[in-house]
Design a binder for this molecule. Structure first.
Ligand code: ACM
Ligand code: ZN
Length: 539
């Protein structure tokens, strides 16, 4: 068994071992020099010495350019005499180094004088181009260090896309120089609904925070060194409450409101919550274009996420501006108005070389621009997912029951996440347009990093394998066997993961936990885990 997550596409274990000590020399072809540096830094951080860099292909450790290897793939050959890594691009060579970190178990050793690598041949490449994780920072702002920690772990798992949910009703978290009230007003809320969707208890602690543009640049550069592309999200037209709190004219009826403190509410029901932007006023579009100008200047990724989910249409039905545009444009209903809204933004983004991504309910909107990417989260929101693929569009899969990592393990069991296949998202006929897999970490009930850890690990390991490893190489039992060897690495990194014994709840207890989570206490599972941990510590 190879101690590697995600499991590679193909490998053969061989006899013997290669020793990495201070005598060993290292060489890299020109375009793989970056991966060589990452490798040397890893060895130095573990062993205290840097392998000696030489310009000869006779070196003991060689990073060799091979144009036949997949851009994100690598071939790794280790035997008694040497270690050779072949790659066509620094991305693949970087992943070879990530594999070496796990295979040598270097991250677990205490000042070793050398590392050993069991002789092996690995031929590896990803199943999907998008291996993605989303973090919601609107509900809770976590800050630069937490994001960097997550990015570090993502790279270790060969994940390559970070989707950053930066705005929502409960907070606006990115500095926009033209509209300072977005962060001054929209970045602050007076309290927070802290217990559960079905529990109205409010904690009246002020919550605030946002990223300055210079911090964003720092994080984008940090991610780039880890081969991670960051896709920003500005959620619109709904989930727009923080923006409207800052600039009321963005709403249909100039709604006076404060940044919402209740999650998932609707204006009809709660008077606060999920408030929608006016899709009729031209000034709304100008605002969004201005925001896009500043945001796209910070993020080089050729994608831009506009959310587009859960858009309540009641305000649009009553709004003279919205109704006027519908009439002028011949739009039959408010769904088509959302399509009009999306297309206008898609066209603007296209001029900047960006493709629009939105949640799958944008599919209900008719006449969508061709290159819009849909992100599937729930079939109920739109049954057209497969038709969308069949008509040549692209899609990202984030099925709620597998990849909503904010859910308790009682609802989204580790095994269910691991065993995901596109068929489980009702996609049986057309798989070419599947760009990849994304897991989401919404943070309504995730106020701090320890809780992120609990929800995210060991699910990140399962995600990595679903997104990287071919179907025929995946097996849950085999995964768990490797995961047990991997957990000490998480321990060493101070990650407060969910113990395996709690990751697949069953039976009545499972049903009770789900009910409790939704109705009364979204922390029930986590608190139970803390009690167990404490008991173990003091036993
Ligand atoms: C979503 O969970 N509203 C995309
Ligand atoms: Zn309107």
């Amino acid at each position: 068994m190879l101690n590697l997550i995600p499991k590679p596409k193909h490998y053969e274990e061989k006899f013997g071992e290669f020793v990495i000590n201070s005598e060993k020399t290292v060489f890299a072809d020109d375009n793989l020099v970056y991966a060589r540096e990452v490798f040397c830094n890893f060895i130095e951080s573990v062993c205290g010495f840097k392998p000696q860099v030489v310009v000869s292909r006779k070196a003991d450790i060689r990073f060799i350019y091979d144009r036949h290897v997949h851009k994100e793939g690598y071939v790794l050959d280790a035997d008694v005499d040497g270690l050779v890594i072949k790659a066509s691009h620094q991305k693949g060579a970087f992943y070879a180094v990530q594999s070496l970190r796990q295979l040598t178990r270097g991250d677990l050793l205490e000042n070793p004088e050398f590392l050993t690598l069991h002789a092996v041949h690995i031929d590896d490449e990803p199943r999907y181009a998008f291996r993605s994780l989303m973090l919601d920072e609107a509900r809770y702002f976590h800050g630069v260090d937490t994001v960097k920690n997550i990015l570090d772990m993502m790279a270790y798992h060969k994940l390559n896309v970070f989707h950053w949910h930066l705005t929502d009703n409960e907070g606006w978290r990115i500095e926009i120089k033209k509209y300072p009230r977005l962060t001054e007003i929209g970045g602050v809320r007076k309290g927070t609904q802290t217990m559960a969707w079905g529990n109205q208890v409010i904690d009246w602690t002020l919550h605030e925070g946002y990223y300055t543009q210079s911090e964003i640049k720092e994080i984008v550069a940090y991610a780039e060194r880890l081969n991670i592309m960051i896709i920003p999200e500005i959620d619109a037209p709904a989930h727009f409450g923080a923006a409207i709190a800052a600039y009321k004219e963005l709403s249909c009826a100039d709604v006076e409101m404060e940044t919402p403190i209740v999650h998932g509410g609707t204006p009809e029901k709660h008077g606060i919550g999920n408030v929608i932007a006016c899709a009729g006023k031209e000034s709304t579009y100008q605002f969004i274009y201005d925001v896009i100008d500043e945001v796209t200047a910070l993020f080089p990724a050729p994608y831009f996420h506009i959310g587009g989910d859960e858009a309540p249409k009641a305000e649009w039905q009553k709004c003279p501006h919205c109704q006027k545009v519908m009439k002028e444009m011949g739009l039959k209903n408010e769904e088509e108005l959302q399509g009009y809204f999306n297309n206008k933004i898609a066209v603007y983004l296209k001029r900047k070389g960006k493709r629009l991504i939105g949640w799958n309910e944008i599919l209900t909107a008719k006449r969508l621009e061709k290159d819009i990417i849909a992100q599937y989260w729930t079939f109920n929101r739109d049954m057209n997912v497969e038709n969308y693929l069949l008509s040549g569009h692209d899609i990202i899969l984030s099925k709620h029951q597998a990849f909503y990592f904010d859910m308790p393990y009682a609802q989204n069991r580790l095994k269910t996440t691991y065993e995901f296949e596109p068929e489980k998202a009702h996609i049986t006929r057309a798989q070419e347009g599947i760009l990849g897999i994304e897991a989401t970490l919404w943070t309504e009930w995730i106020p701090h990093e320890e809780r992120i850890d609990y929800q995210l690990y060991p699910r990140m390991e399962a995600l990595a394998e679903v997104a990287w490893t071919p179907k025929d190489q995946r097996n849950y039992k085999d995964f768990i066997a490797r995961l047990k060897k991997f957990l000490p690495i998480l321990d060493r990194n101070g990650v407060e993961y969910c113990p395996l014994s709690l990751a697949n709840p069953k039976g009545l207890k499972r049903a009770k936990t789900i009910k409790e989570f939704n109705k009364r206490n979204a922390h029930v599972e986590y608190n139970h885990a803390l009690v167990i941990r404490r008991r173990k510590k003091y036993r």
